[in-house]
Design a protein around this ligand. Structure first.
Ligand code: GFB
Length: 311
């Protein structure tokens, strides 16, 4: 059943890439009472501050898009921060939503919750069936706990708390800082700078062999919006239907986009991470939802955003 458009909705993390896209999607869907807080205004890791905020604002719907996020290197080098920050944020918000008796809560998981060696495409039933990819175990474990916490509160208290698992995302307001970025923004920034400075070669990480599925963040937000209106189960559900490429193929597309024509090296001392991460999207597809934007259009949009905001 669709959520009333005059519901008060708190988008936690509304200034991140996903939170901003959710804000756009919910405005487009007609929601009139969206609220957000910046990190400076509210530290969601702080239980007392979070409870005070929720008690004062009384949101009816809570979306957990707030998270410490980063690419493979940030995850590999700061597993404690990824574990602690995410665990704290989601615990405070899920328990807070319970205390409020919130009408609906959407928790956003991550494709790294799937076991490293699970069969591809990754179906929701493969969760917790094997060991995780070591480079992002801290983050993935926190995300698995968030899903399980939603399930536990549904089971014990009957709350409508749902979990969605988006595939690798990119798009407007992505992070371009070299130590933190995911592969698409990292390559856009590297190739653009190399072209501008006339550098002879760029160095990418790993072997280039891993395969990743990429989905534009506005499509992912539309998928979340669809789930808020139409999904109410304990099982997590994938948001996918993106484009799958090897990192080597991705590098060719981004080199063409930025018109970089120099050499490309591969630093195999850097990790590859999961060999493949393709999410099975049949459950959401069967409900009648599919993404709209082509990968090429999404990549052009991301590059334009980088040129305007960052370069
Ligand atoms: O996007 P990415 O950092 O995240 O890396 P993951 C994807 C692949 O691109 C890896 C390679 O095989 C990287 O080695 N790669 C090549 C690069 N050059 C670069 C580069 O310059 N920067 C980056 N970042 N990668 C993350 C997880 O995994 O994905 C998180 O660590 C989360 O937990 C997120 O799940 C969605 O897809 O490997």
């Amino acid at each position: 059943m669709s959520l009333p458009r005059d519901s008060k909705v708190y988008i936690a993390g509304h200034q991140g890439m996903v939170g901003r896209a959710l804000w756009r999607a919910m405005e487009t869907a007609g929601f009139t009472k969206l609220i957000g807080r910046t990190r400076a205004e509210l530290d969601l890791r702080d239980p007392a501050a979070t409870q005070t905020f929720l008690a004062a604002e009384q949101p009816e719907v809570i979306i957990i898009a707030a998270a410490k996020v980063g690419g493979i290197e940030a995850n590999r080098t700061q597993p404690a921060d990824f574990f602690f920050d995410n665990q704290q944020i989601q615990t405070n918000l899920i328990h807070g939503a319970h205390r409020l008796g919130a009408r609906k809560l959407l928790f956003l998981g991550s494709s790294c919750m799937y076991p490293r060696e699970a069969a591809q495409p990754l179906t929701e039933s493969a969760l917790c069936s094997g060991p995780l990819e070591p480079t992002n175990e801290g983050y993935a474990t926190a995300k698995l706990a968030g899903w399980k916490m939603c399930q536990a509160y549904r089971q014990q208290h009957g709350h409508d708390f749902i979990t969605a698992i988006p595939t690798n995302l990119f798009g407007l307001f992505d992070h371009y800082e070299p130590g933190r970025s995911h592969v698409i923004p990292a390559l856009i920034a590297k190739y653009h700078q190399a072209k501008a400075e006339g550098t002879a070669s760029v160095t990418n990480w790993g072997s280039g062999a891993p395969q990743r599925e990429f989905l534009n963040v506005d499509d992912a937000a539309a998928g979340c919006m669809f789930l808020l209106d139409h999904y109410s189960k304990a099982d997590p559900i994938n948001i996918a239907g993106g484009t799958e490429l090897s990192i080597r193929e991705l590098n060719e597309q981004i080199a063409a986009l930025t018109t970089y024509s120099g050499a490309v090296e591969w630093d195999t001392e850097k990790p590859d991470g999961m060999p493949r991460k393709l999410l099975d999207d049949s459950r959401l597809q069967a409900m009648g939802w599919a993404p709209k934007m082509s990968f090429a259009d999404g990549l052009e949009q991301a590059y334009a955003d980088y040129c305007e905001r960052v370069a």
